[in-house]
Design a protein around this ligand. Structure first.
Ligand SMILES: [Zn+2]
Length: 303
């Protein structure tokens, strides 16, 4: 049954109409094996993502980046790290109850031959639905029954606080309720960490606040090689690269998020460090180059 299902999925994903669940982007960093798995994609109205920006200026950038007209459909890239016997996911996808076009992580894991029981750690960048809600399955039980969860202390404090739902901007209240409910289910297995901590061997937490109050990014290091799992600190490959200081509607604190984005883009371009972006195209792996007064994302694996 499993074999047949895999074969069917493999056949389907060879086509152009469905998202690919497991990307060819599979790289080695010393003895770390890293790949990205697709949880599907989001569907976001332009009016929400680019609220307050000049539509013509946005259109110019989107067109230059080859983005189709209409709603923005950001891919969702969950990073899988296999290292020293650990099976680590960076974020958990959207689960069954967020958006119909998302929530495919369990299928993606099946395609690469990993069962949910084999996942040893789930590391969160932040607690938005497309990153956290996938911790629970269709029956509201933990999808990864043997996993330890790692979450930044500030992010935990913010979303676990039951008052957040009433103090956060109205349209985000359902995200706060949803986050709190899921954190309650996994509470006993959550380990909190702080910026600068080496949370697992070769995995360092970097503060990248703004998108959410406690958003974290993660640097993977092996010898002289390193890459950054950026989460949503750099949330799209078009406007946020071309004009990183422009506000983005999904960032909770747009000004702090822009400062974080600029700092990370500068560092990534200068160090020519590989980046994995949760919503960047082609599996989300690539590099950052300067372009004019901004930057551009160059997708592809080269380490
Ligand atoms: Zn996201």
């Amino acid at each position: 049954m499993t074999v047949n299902r895999r074969a069917v999925i493999a056949g389907l994903t060879a086509g152009l109409l469905l998202p690919r669940f497991a990307f060819a982007a599979d790289l080695s960093l010393g003895d770390m094996r890293v790949e990205t798995l697709s949880d599907g994609h989001l569907t976001l109205p332009r009016s929400m993502l680019f609220a307050g920006l000049e539509p013509e200026a946005v259109d110019d950038i989107l067109q230059a980046c080859g983005v189709a007209k209409g709603a923005i459909l950001p891919p969702i890239n969950v990073t899988l790290l296999r290292h020293e016997g650990r099976v680590v996911l960076f974020d958990a996808g959207s689960g069954p109850s967020f958006q119909a076009s998302a929530g495919q992580l369990a299928l993606a894991l099946e395609v690469v031959g990993i069962s949910p029981e084999e996942v040893t750690h789930v590391v969160f960048t932040h607690c938005h639905p497309d990153h956290l809600w996938g911790v629970l399955d269709d029956f509201d039980d933990p999808l990864f029954p043997n996993a330890e969860y790692l979450l930044g202390q500030g992010e935990w404090d913010y979303w676990f606080d039951p008052n957040t739902a009433s103090t956060i901007a109205g349209e985000r209240a359902s995200m706060a309720v949803g986050a709190h409910r899921r954190l309650e289910v996994i509470e006993d297995r959550v380990t909190r960490f702080r910026a600068g901590d080496e949370i697992l061997p070769g995995v360092l937490a970097h503060a990248s606040f703004g998108h959410t109050p406690g958003h974290m990014s993660f640097e993977l290091r092996s010898g002289t090689e390193s890459l950054l799992i950026g989460g949503d600190a750099i949330g799209n490959h078009h406007v946020s690269f071309a004009e990183p200081s422009w506000p983005i509607g999904t960032d909770q604190d747009a000004e702090a998020a822009a400062q974080t984005r600029l700092r990370l883009l500068d560092m990534l371009a200068l160090d020519q460090m590989q980046l994995i972006g949760y919503h960047l195209p082609k599996g989300g792996i690539g590099r950052v180059e300067r372009q004019g007064s901004g930057f551009r994302f160059v997708a592809g694996v080269d380490i």
